[in-house]
Ligand binder design. Structure first.
Ligand code: SF4
Length: 286
């Protein structure tokens, strides 16, 4: 959709508005860029601003209360660069993912995690309006394309756009574009994490991931290790045997940590929405 040029962008969809200038215009839908404070959603936002008028767009972020503090710096850089404020959605019940895990007494399952449902999906459902266009930062990488397809299948009523896939941009491209803009990537990327998820992410099962968390964020690692023992949650596996994260050998490699995506698919099972499509897989279990 192209901007209409009308100076009054904020009115109701379907209504015909009469303006002082004599123009009439049908209300344009809100375009919601789901900004996760990572590189991909930032570039998806940039592409969206090339397609829609800025007045029509909102950059929206679901607060999890567990991201690295450098995410604040990255967000401020994005706000400055794109001249777009960020709307933050917060859970009505929980302040952080830690609080979700402690009160709900579980960390993650085969189809997702309670933190996603409480901190991302429920706030999104409260916020969204019929007619909104939802922009997601899925890249052209195969796993992302599968998740984007699955999202469309599970939420058929949502108008979903994936500008990075449309533009053929892979993860490596978006990281390079951010660097070319002169914006420093969030520190978690620099430390070797593949995305800017919570620290730690309860859905991760890769021992390399947990070894990397232990190396750089020992407080969060041991806090999670304690919770795992309390709940009997063996989050990781080595040689196909499930183990507690504090059983990972001290010299375990920290290279190529696998981190799951964190998106609105992760709470589907809990919310009874999952269609168990065979394509969906579960990268929490990789
Ligand atoms: S990134 Fe991980 S810990 Fe954070 S909300 Fe998503 S699943 Fe939960």
């Amino acid at each position: 959709m192209q901007p209409t040029g009308c100076p009054y962008p904020h009115h109701q969809k379907g209504e015909t508005m009469q303006f002082d200038c004599g123009e009439t215009e049908e209300k344009r839908p809100r375009v919601i860029v789901w900004f996760s404070r990572g590189a991909a959603s930032a570039i998806a936002g940039a592409l969206t601003l090339q397609k829609y008028s800025p007045e029509q767009c909102m950059f929206v972020c679901c607060d999890t209360g567990a991201e690295h503090p450098d995410s604040d710096r990255f967000e401020a850089d994005i706000v400055k660069r794109f001249n777009m404020p960020i709307t933050h959605l917060i859970s009505k019940k929980f302040k952080t993912v830690w609080e979700v895990w402690e009160k709900r007494k579980w960390l993650a399952g085969i189809e997702g995690a309670p933190c996603t449902s409480e901190m991302k999906i429920k706030p999104r459902l409260d916020f969204q309006e019929p007619g909104d266009i939802h922009i997601f930062g899925y890249t052209a990488d195969k796993a992302d394309q599968i998740r984007a397809n699955r999202l469309r299948m599970n939420y058929p009523d949502l108008k979903i756009e994936t500008p990075l896939i449309d533009a053929g941009l892979f993860k490596e491209h978006v990281l390079q574009i951010i660097a070319n803009m002169g914006i420093k990537l969030p520190l978690t990327y620099v430390l070797g994490f593949p995305n800017n998820n919570c620290i730690p992410c309860s859905k991760a099962t890769s021992p390399n991931y947990w070894a990397l968390v232990r190396k750089h964020f020992p407080d969060e690692f041991y806090r999670m290790a304690k919770l795992c023992r309390k709940f009997g949650a063996r989050l990781t596996r080595i040689n196909d045997i499930r183990i507690f994260i504090d059983e990972i050998p001290a010299d375990w490699p920290t290279t190529t940590p696998i981190m799951p995506s964190c998106d609105f698919l992760c709470g589907l099972a809990e919310m009874g929405l999952n269609d168990h499509h065979p394509e969906g897989g579960n990268d929490a279990d990789t």
